[in-house]
Design a binder for this molecule. Structure first.
Ligand SMILES: [Zn+2]
Ligand SMILES: [Zn+2]
Length: 250
């Protein structure tokens, strides 16, 4: 299985705008982050988690011309707004691409992107919306999922074999964290050092890592308040910030 971090920035990306560099060293390209998403290649299938507003450029840089399925973590626009770019993938492969969402957002995704899922006037639909279950298969890839808290809404963690992706996380519910034991790679959201009403801070995420002890942990969804080298210097062994285009083979 190959995991590519397509983007690892927060909802604004990093830097915020020209000359608005936050705390990052603008010379270090690892600090230039597009909005968060990952591409998983498993058993010759390409599975995308989220469609960020930067999707077109992210897939171009990944030399990716085929997406077999899209898993959505939640409906915030930094995770969904690139959805119209999936039309090219559908056109190239002459395929209707399946998307997977929680029951909570099925209706709003359909109404926000009606032309994509149901067609509109002379536009034919090019994706099919499916509702997730706790465990389901995409081809011969087994996907496990559960909700975690992100302030006033919930977000799906996804686990495929010994890889898991938990972005935009404030808290786990009850004992759900135990579903992330024995991971080879955990990609987890870290917005900034201090906590935010919808995102956990650095100390809390480190507590989760200490509890789970994944073989490797990468941070994603980072704002321009987090400089790559500064954050790396504060990280324990086997924990590091991701950067756009980083690929891990598991
Ligand atoms: Zn987000
Ligand atoms: Zn969010």
């Amino acid at each position: 299985m190959k995991i590519r971090v397509l983007g690892c920035g927060g909802s604004f990306g990093s830097p915020l705008a020209w000359g608005r560099n936050g705390n990052i060293d603008i010379i270090n390209l690892h600090n230039h982050r597009t909005r968060s998403s990952v591409l998983i290649n498993n058993n010759h299938q390409n599975i995308l988690i989220d469609t960020s507003p930067d999707l077109r450029d992210q897939l171009y840089k990944a030399k990716c011309t085929k997406i077999d399925a899209v898993l959505f973590t939640h409906e915030h626009s930094d995770h969904t707004a690139g959805l119209p770019d999936m039309r090219a993938m559908s056109l190239i492969n002459k395929s209707i691409i399946p998307a997977y969402v929680s029951p909570d957002i099925h209706e709003s995704m359909t109404s926000n992107y009606t032309y994509i899922f149901e067609g509109y006037k002379d536009y034919s639909p090019f994706m099919k919306l499916n509702t997730i279950q706790d465990r389901f298969n995409i081809g011969d890839t087994n996907v496990e999922t559960f909700k975690h808290n992100h302030g006033i809404i919930d977000v799906q963690t996804y686990r495929i074999n010994n890889f898991a992706y938990s972005t935009d996380i404030k808290n786990f519910y009850e004992k759900d964290i135990d579903k992330l034991k024995d991971l080879d790679l955990w990609i987890v959201g870290l917005l900034r050092y201090d906590s935010h009403p919808s995102h956990a801070g650095f100390e809390q995420i480190l507590d989760y890592i200490n509890y789970l002890k994944p073989k490797k942990t990468l941070f994603t969804h980072m704002t321009a308040l987090l400089d790559y080298e500064d954050l790396l210097s504060k990280c324990p062994k086997n924990v590091e910030p991701a950067h756009d285009g980083l690929e891990i083979i598991l």
